[in-house]
Design a binder for this molecule. Structure first.
Ligand SMILES: [Zn+2]
Length: 371
């Protein structure tokens, strides 16, 4: 197995194109054509994590947070980032990071938090807008099915739990090729009037290149007539945070204790109690103050995230219980999510050469301590 294979697997749950534009995701160090001796999974890549990778004979570190974030101008070991990069390169260890791509996945960071809390009827807290496009094209009826299947295979036509979604209707097309044309149907310089099927499929914007490739490969005409229309729709499957319901209503005190236990939080900070039952809960792994208003507008009884500032807690007013469990604590199970996922994938991929090992880092990289 090669590094590029592992990257391919991970992108099935979190395509790198869905990461935020400010982020720095992907293969930060290393060559994707290197054979993988083992994969170490961690939340952060620090020097001691690289040491762990060396010890475990893993030449690929799959890290949630990117160790290189804003770029490096010098690499001379003057800070922990440069030291880590130097150690990784010297020891032929690759580092791959997916960060906000996994935050934006509906089976990613926040989905794992929701799973740990046993939330039901979950959906994305902040679904993204303007991430979808529509392809319209026209083709003779007898060729429509083959083209549709190719478009589905390339990733078009999926809406939530439904695949192979399209809307098609019959119509009449006209065309006349010039002297240089080579029409599949009819003759050059002669007007053709043909019954055709109009095909419409949705797709995620980032898949445009592969959808167009499938269109051109599987359409029968010399010149393919098509339109791609960017949509203002919200993509309910893509975005940060999750919101769902607890199996049973809890008092605020019961809820806070449960949260503390589930996330092994040594200290949690929360807004004032209102003596209300907690049923609907919003979660967002990492720094989530930006989604407080959204959690309120979704009528969540509580919002669990991290890195809330003093003034953020005032925004709770009497509407919501804000709970800051700590950045590390909120994202810690992301490691398990990746571990379980890759284990499943590797089992299917395993060949006679044996299974590539996956190691869950034992290092707690939380830089924050509590008294
Ligand atoms: Zn984070």
């Amino acid at each position: 197995m090669y590094i590029k294979d592992v990257i391919g697997f991970i992108q099935e749950i979190a395509p790198l194109e869905t990461a935020e534009s400010f982020d720095n995701v992907g293969l930060l160090v290393g060559d994707k054509n290197t054979k993988v001796s083992g994969v170490l999974i961690t939340l952060d890549t620090l020097e001691n994590v690289v040491d762990e990778a060396i010890m475990e004979n893993c030449n690929l570190i799959v890290s949630f947070h990117p160790i290189i974030f804003k770029g490096l101008k010098k690499i001379n070991g003057k800070n922990y980032v440069e030291k880590t990069i130097i150690k990784a390169i010297k020891n032929d260890i690759a580092i791959f990071s997916m960060h906000t791509a996994l935050d934006n996945s509906n089976i990613g960071v926040s989905a794992k938090m929701a799973e740990m809390l046993n939330l039901n009827r979950t959906k994305v807290l902040l679904p993204k807008k303007q991430e979808l496009s529509k392809l319209t094209t026209y083709i003779p009826k007898e060729n429509a099915e083959k083209l549709l299947q190719a478009l589905y295979k390339a990733g078009a036509g999926s809406i939530g739990n439904y695949s192979e979604c399209s809307f098609n209707y019959p119509g009449v097309s006209t065309f006349k090729g010039n002297d240089f044309s080579n029409p599949v149907i009819g003759k050059k310089n002669k007007l053709e009037i043909n019954p055709e099927t109009c095909i419409n499929v949705l797709f995620e914007k980032y898949k445009e290149a592969q959808i167009l490739e499938a269109l051109f490969k599987n359409h029968i005409y010399e010149e393919v007539a098509y339109e791609i229309i960017p949509l203002n729709n919200t993509n309910q499957q893509l975005g940060m945070g999750m919101v769902g319901e607890l199996p049973i209503d809890l008092s605020e005190e019961q809820f806070l204790q449960m949260v503390k236990d589930v996330f092994f939080a040594e200290g949690i900070r929360f807004s004032s109690l209102q003596n209300k039952k907690i049923k609907k809960v919003a979660v967002l792994g990492g720094s989530g103050a930006f989604a407080i208003d959204q959690a309120k507008s979704m009528r969540a009884d509580a919002y669990i995230s991290a890195d809330f500032k003093y003034h953020d807690f005032f925004k709770a007013e009497k509407d919501i219980l804000l709970v800051d469990i700590g950045h590390y604590e909120s994202e810690q199970f992301t490691k398990n999510l990746l571990f379980d996922y890759l284990n499943k994938k590797f089992t299917n991929f395993a060949t006679s050469l044996g299974k590539t090992k996956i190691v869950l880092s034992k290092i707690n990289t939380n830089p924050i301590n509590y008294l």
